[in-house]
Design a protein around this ligand. Sequence first.
Ligand SMILES: [Zn+2]
Length: 462
Amino acid sequence: MELRLYNTLTRSKDLLRPLDPLNVRMYVCGPTVYDHAHIGNARPVIVFDVLFRLLRRLYGESHVKYVRNITDVDDKINARAADRSISIRDLTEETYRWFREDTAALNCLPPTVEPRATEHIEEMRILIERLVASGHAYVAEEHVLFNVPSMPDYGRLSRRSLDEMMAGARVDVAPYKRDAMDFVLWKPSAEGVPGWPSPCGIATPGRPGWHIECSAMSWKHLGETFDIHGGGIDLVFPHHENEIAQSRCAFHSGVMAQMWMHNGFLMLEGEKMSKSLGNFVTIRELLDEWPGEVLRLAMLSTHYRQPINWTRQGLGFAAKTLDKWYRVIGDVEAETGEANPFETEIADRLADDLNTPSVIAHLHHLAEVAEHEEASSALRRRFKGAANLLGLLGDTETGWRARQKEAIALDEGVIADLIAQRIAARKAKDFKRADQIREELAAKGIVLMDNKDGTTSWEVSR
Ligand SMILES: [Zn+2]
């Protein structure tokens, strides 16, 4: 099977040819840990989890290395810790724990390595000193800056003109910069701000710029060049452009990663998500209301390169779909591996630049096939195995099934009894009691529907 992925570097769907098929290497930019991750942050986590699963199937589980970093040194972190009057370490630990819980609830596999920036300061210092020694960086007023004009093909990834790049980078004008485009590799830390011994003989302790972190961590865990580098489309410039500049100039290599992949933006109900517009929603808030599996399916319903419009309606569709699919599989075990032709059909579609909308359409078709073939549980096992490749129908603790079981565990007699009590309360005009019963059942996942004939029916909610 050939895996083709859209490569931002070449602007075409390229065939993945791993540098070493026994060690396929992928790096994805991870979270800056200072607050709950929002649903836009979940997009790369889910998209690259699907790719990770596919790579493991194609090359073998032990032959794929997926690195996703944790940025735990950043001015936003310092400011938030000060606001909350807690230590920086407590803030980053707590936020990282939330992130792990959220992504596990979305049924994402943990990456092979999750390196922390603060544990790779030494690698950053080495890279910075190399760049200074080779004339690509310089020291000025206790800062170390990368000199952009020292790299003739800077800007190849984003293909922007220098003017566009200047505007996009919101360039800080600083008197010590040789060129307006030059960016910070290292900066001095004032008292009370985290600082480490500085490179290049700078006396004042300092801290790294953001871009150098990823060059250092990918080098440490994946080597000087590797196969795939991923992240959100907003990272193409300046972050990824600068990562490339640092790594290529430090290692004198033609590429940092062979394949650069970027997921599109996420809009919330048709609008840009922003705290100031008040339409900012965290993964955790959504998980309070929906099983993680619903969020996952909703996210994968749009191709990863397209902008996604995140809506309640989309979540509702995803929930209905899962409801149906779980009904189809019943209690069968999944059949996984190459012997399962359904799984191969799904893998083929994924191998075409992760075409998840096509995969989901095909799963709908396979569900129909499995549903109508009542005599054969083999088909249902195959269908389940195929969905597993996308990280769905896995019977996870946080999945759809767990929620259903919880609701079904309520004795039907108890539900009928409560409904009768509610009807009586309404007749007696005790609406407070009637509402109380409705809410009590809703909390257990039971939705009541009042019929025209005066009876009340119920169903298991999402
Ligand atoms: Zn990065």
